[in-house]
Design a protein around this ligand. Structure first.
Ligand code: NAP
Length: 292
């Protein structure tokens, strides 16, 4: 990257996830407190093995459930569990009327066919929004459960009143978990969206023109200041664990150029958990106005 203009100093506005996530959680808690159905919303989390980051994610999701009054159960399966064993656990949860949402913590061990497991979840309980039925609904703009991180990003943008309609957005990453659904959500909200991936040449030529740049790649520091138009909104979804702590996809110096930027940690992460709670209440039949 040689031919870019030098970054101009600016005072970045940090888009902190916690206040936006708290606003979602307060609405969820109020909705659960006023619940009149036979059973309060219930979430089942399936954990296969003991991967430390997965254990930490599951702990924080269940803690958030407790905070808002959602019942949660955890199903632990051994690291050696077969696809059939995980499928059976999911099938049992599909039948359980106390369970409104099922989350299979990813990644799964290599011997488990993750696509088969996700497809085995009752779409009505698919609070991660990854079932082909949910993704098809999202694609065609029909109501359905939306993957938590992309929906959380939209809620974050709305919380900080970042306009989306009519703006140019670039999404780095095209996974079914984050990049693709987020591109669709931005498109449904009338942004002009470009999706970039590992085979995209000279990505900075696209990002430099964008009003909104979302990085969902998993490569620390990929997005450099020269990639960003001064004043643009930058959302860093990336999380990479390192001895120095959690690292995002966006180089720290981008803060000197961007108008708005999400920190890592403390940006998108809390939104993912809060959105899971909202999805669980909606799967249980509750309505919520949390945006996106
Ligand atoms: P993933 O499945 O590994 O997908 C990564 C995507 O990045 C792929 O589409 C890949 O392209 C693309 N990519 C790789 N190198 C690239 C490059 N140089 N330029 C542009 N795109 C490139 O990962 P994921 O599940 O989407 O997650 C992405 C990141 O978000 C990870 O760091 C993950 O930990 C993080 N994450 C955070 C949260 C949160 O709550 N904050 C939630 C979920 C995920 P190809 O398709 O061509 O391979």
């Amino acid at each position: 990257m040689k031919d870019a203009a030098p970054p101009s100093p600016s005072s970045v506005r940090w888009l902190l996830g916690r206040p936006a996530a708290d606003a979602v959680q307060e609405r969820v808690a109020a909705r659960v407190a006023a619940w009149t159905g036979p059973r309060v919303p219930g979430l089942a989390v399936v954990l296969v093995g003991e991967d430390p980051p997965s254990l930490a994610y599951v702990r924080s999701k269940r803690k958030a459930c407790r905070q808002v009054g959602i019942e949660s159960v955890q199903i632990n399966l051994p690291e050696t569990a077969s696809t059939g064993a995980v499928r059976s656990a999911v099938a049992e949860l599909n039948r359980d009327p106390a369970v409104h949402g099922i989350l299979v913590q990813l990644p799964l061990p290599p011997q488990v066919d993750a696509a088969q497991i996700i497809a085995a979840i009752d779409p009505a309980k698919d609070v991660d929004g990854l079932h082909p039925d949910s993704l098809g609904r999202l694609m065609s703009g029909r109501p359905g459960l939306v993957p938590c991180t992309p929906r959380g990003v939209m809620t974050l943008l709305d919380h900080y009143r970042i306009p989306v309609a009519g703006r140019r957005a670039v999404v780095l990453g095209r996974s079914a978990l984050v990049g693709l659904p987020l591109a669709l959500l931005l498109l449904h909200r009338d942004a002009s969206v470009t999706v970039l991936h590992s085979k995209s040449p000279r990505p900075w030529e696209q990002t430099r023109d964008a009003d909104i740049v979302v990085a969902a790649v998993g490569r620390p520091g990929l997005v450099e200041p020269e990639w960003i138009r001064p004043g643009a909104t930058v959302v860093d979804v990336g999380i990479t664990r390192s001895p120095a702590g959690l690292l995002g996809d966006v180089a720290p110096a981008v803060a000197e150029v961007a108008g708005e930027l999400t920190p890592v940690p403390g940006g998108v992460g809390p939104m993912t958990v809060a959105t899971l709670l909202a999805n669980t209440v909606e799967a249980a039949g509750g309505t919520l106005d949390v945006g996106a």
